[in-house]
Ligand binder design. Structure first.
Ligand SMILES: Nc1ncnc2c1ncn2[C@@H]1O[C@H](COP(=O)(O)OP(=O)(O)OP(=O)(O)O)[C@@H](O)[C@H]1O
Length: 223
């Protein structure tokens, strides 16, 4: 790696069973550290573009032959074949985010993590763990986005994922997402250590506004 590349922010991998709260935590991080300090890479896909989807923005649209060749050439950090279509993340797409001095977030499954480990990327690997499998089921059902079949499939995977996630040396840090706010604050502290250049929004801007308007003095002023 060149010195210039070494100065760019390391990507960060989020992995964990479905429904554990990865998406929620990533969204919270992006709010606490706003203004595009984090970014997602643009994935490649061989599926046809849907109405309104722009090549290079929503996806990099490609062909099966094209993506297979690039995978063989080692140009992908991870990929998967889903219902006959390929989806993947190229090294170049991650580097594009890094070159903008943004932290590239990779929200991927265990298979993806294993592939990233064989790639040239040197990310920080985070595993988001669940307090229990029962709690995971509750969250997945509570989210209301999955069919019964999909819930069963996701839960069947979760046990294996949790085992791998807790395996020695597989991840740089494990966060057990029991209480969301506590997990997030713990995670925010870690991010400030890993990326000292991160710009943080005052934790409780909303809270401060609330206190301002609810203090008796200001309440009187605003009358
Ligand atoms: N600590 C928590 N306690 C209770 N509920 C939580 C907690 N963290 C997240 N949730 C809720 O659990 C549900 C699943 O969270 P989320 O969608 O972020 O999971 P995910 O890991 O991104 O799942 P997937 O991999 O399927 O995309 C959401 O409804 C979210 O609000």
């Amino acid at each position: 790696m060149s010195t210039a590349a070494a100065m760019l922010p390391k990507p960060v991998v989020f992995c964990g069973p479905s429904g554990v709260g990865k998406g929620t935590l990533i969204e919270m991080l992006m709010k606490r550290f706003p203004n595009n300090q984090f970014g997602f890479s643009v994935s490649h896909t061989t599926r046809k573009p849907r109405d309104g989807e722009i090549d290079g923005q929503h996806y990099n649209f490609t062909t099966v032959d094209g993506i297979k060749k690039e995978i063989d050439d080692g140009k992908f950090v991870e990929y998967a074949e889903v219902h006959g279509n390929y989806y993947g993340t190229s090294v170049a797409a991650v580097e594009a985010v890094q070159n903008e001095k943004r932290i590239c977030v990779l929200d991927i499954d265990i298979q993806g993590v294993m592939k990233v480990k064989q790639s040239s990327l040197k990310p920080i690997y985070l595993f988001i763990s669940a307090p229990s499998l029962d709690e995971l089921e509750k969250r997945l059902r509570g989210r209301g986005t999955e069919s019964e079949e999909s819930i069963k499939k996701r839960l069947a995977n979760s046990k294996k994922e949790m085992d791998y996630g807790h395996g020695a040396g597989n991840f740089d840090k494990i966060f057990v997402n029991a209480d969301l706010k506590a997990t997030f604050e713990d995670m925010a502290l870690s991010f400030k250590e890993w990326y000292p250049e991160l710009d943080e929004v005052a934790e409780d801007d909303e809270q401060k506004n609330y206190m301002y308007f609810s203090s008796p003095m200001n309440a009187q002023c605003s009358m």
